[in-house]
Design a protein around this ligand. Structure first.
Ligand SMILES: *[C@@H]1O[C@H](CO)[C@@H](O)[C@H](O)[C@H]1NC(C)=O
Ligand SMILES: *[C@@H]1O[C@H](CO)[C@@H](O)[C@H](O)[C@H]1NC(C)=O
Ligand SMILES: *[C@@H]1O[C@H](CO)[C@@H](O)[C@H](O)[C@H]1NC(C)=O
Ligand SMILES: *[C@@H]1O[C@H](CO)[C@@H](O)[C@H](O)[C@H]1NC(C)=O
Ligand SMILES: *[C@@H]1O[C@H](CO)[C@@H](O)[C@H](O)[C@H]1NC(C)=O
Length: 416
């Protein structure tokens, strides 16, 4: 006799007592699991009835019963090895010498585990269909399972422990939720459920990749959102030819990260690659553009480095020159004020063609401290526009006094 039976017995004793005083009480519920032994009490404890009769679902039970039922002393009905078929409404009439009473018992046989139904997608070889699988095992008798979907009034229900719902692609939409609800007599009014939310594929990764000839490169694609799980493949070129693993390509990762390794990259490998993800909701691609640089362009970096170094050294030189030049501000007194009038800059204006001309044209510049002609900032006019050329030509044909304004314009380009 297990605990459930004892509880049932105690419960029955209470209600049987109550039944004596209140004739029309609702049936006492007793739950048993298959295999249990149950004892249904008929008469109050300690009372020896003249007779006790039992009926099940309105049919009298006769003793000795061919089944697993037996009538004990005090009118108690014992059912051993309870089965689902033993469930029903039992009615007992207890006849005592001076009075009689009736007891009604509802015997429920079943088992509901504390688990929930399990929603999953059944593996399907056909990517245009999705098969939803709702299973709830270990429940007795079988539960009623039903599939429903957001945005659809259609409900598929059945008394079973595994309910499948097959939908074709045109019936599915991104973000839609399919819910499986389980109902059971032993659970009422509570019900348990599980659900699945559908997501379109969305492969993600770096759209640009670059490598050197002769090296190898990994292209990575991550597919995390797709539900049902997408079929994710790497493809190459505008025709999106499926890439097969081999001596050239290594495919690794089984989701959510999918990696394509291209070995011994050559210029032919340059181009577009696609990480293509497909599930019943749709297809989506990540496009990766691979650039292959010639191996010797490895020196480009070094060249750039040297260039930058030269630039920095040059700047330092310039600053040094400026400082050196500006020392006149501290060393000269007589010429200083005069220099200020000319914009505070001392310029040696030199142009390959017009050197002589400029020397003629800029006599009004103050004499620079005698022995430092070579330290001055040189401003060159770069004849980059037609206007420049015109001016230069003009300069050559015009008398020197007209070119004085030119010497002022000249100051906009500084070349060291
Ligand atoms: C007896 O009645 C119960 C409750 O009405 C029902 O579930 C069960 O199937 C019936 N059993 C038989 C053997 O008729
Ligand atoms: C359905 O789901 C259950 C529980 O997850 C699993 O045991 C069963 O194999 C699935 N059935 C199919 C056809 O995938
Ligand atoms: C998908 O299901 C809808 C509705 O049941 C049906 O009309 C349609 O023909 C089906 N399409 C395919 C490709 O099976
Ligand atoms: C590519 O990935 C593999 C393993 O995933 C790793 O061993 C290899 O070093 C990677 N190669 C490059 C070039 O990143
Ligand atoms: C790499 O590819 C070049 C031509 O594309 C080939 O000549 C060379 O043998 C390859 N190297 C290896 C290690 O496969």
């Amino acid at each position: 006799m297990n605990a459930a039976t004892v509880v049932a017995l105690l419960h029955l004793c209470f209600t049987a007592t109550a039944a004596l005083s209140r004739e029309d009480s609702s049936p006492t519920k007793i739950r048993a699991e298959p295999g249990d032994t149950v004892e249904l009490t008929c008469c109050p404890v300690g009372v020896t009835p003249s007779s006790a009769t039992w009926s099940k679902n309105g049919t009298e039970i006769r003793f000795p019963s061919p089944s697993r039922m037996s009538l004990l002393a005090e009118g108690t009905l014992e059912i051993s090895q309870v089965t689902l078929e033993d469930a029903g409404i039992y009615l007992c009439t207890c006849t005592l010498p001076r009075e009689s009473s009736q007891t009604q018992v509802l015997l429920q046989v079943g088992r509901v585990p504390p688990t929930h139904p399990d929603c999953s997608l059944a593996p399907s070889s056909d990517p245009t269909h999705a098969v939803f699988n709702c299973s709830w095992f270990g429940v007795l008798p079988l539960p009623t399972l039903s599939w429903s979907r957001t945005g659809s009034a259609q409900v598929t229900a059945s008394v079973t422990d595994s309910l499948f719902l097959t939908l074709n692609a045109s019936q599915l939409s991104d973000g839609e939720t399919a819910t499986c609800t389980a109902q059971h007599d032993l659970l009422k009014p509570e019900q348990r459920s599980c659900s699945l939310t559908l997501r379109s594929p969305y492969p993600q990764g770096e759209p640009l990749a670059a490598t050197l000839e002769g090296s190898s490169i990994n292209l990575t694609c991550t597919e995390t959102s797709s539900f049902p799980a997408a079929d994710t493949t790497w493809r190459k070129g505008p025709q999106q030819e499926l890439i097969q693993p081999g001596s050239k390509y290594v495919l690794s990762g089984t989701g959510p990260s999918f990696q394509l390794t291209i070995l011994n990259v050559s210029k032919d490998d340059e181009g577009v690659y696609f990480c293509r993800s497909e599930n019943p909701l749709g297809v989506r691609e990540l496009e990766v553009s691979l650039t292959v640089k010639a191996a010797n362009s490895a020196y480009t970096g070094a060249i750039i480095g040297v260039f930058i170094a030269v630039l920095i050294l040059g700047s330092v030189g310039i600053v040094a020159k400026m400082v050196y030049f500006n020392r006149h501000r501290f060393c000269l007194d007589g010429g200083f004020t005069q220099m200020e009038e000319n914009g505070g800059e001392v310029l040696s204006l030199v142009d390959s063609d017009d050197e002589q001309f400029f020397q003629d044209a800029v006599p009004q510049l103050p004499p620079i401290s005698n022995d430092h002609h070579t330290t001055l900032v040189q401003i060159h006019r770069i004849p980059s526009t037609e206007q420049d050329d015109v001016e230069k030509n003009d300069a050559k044909t015009q008398p020197p006094e007209d070119t004085e304004e030119n010497t002022e314009e000249v100051e906009d380009l500084v070349v060291f």
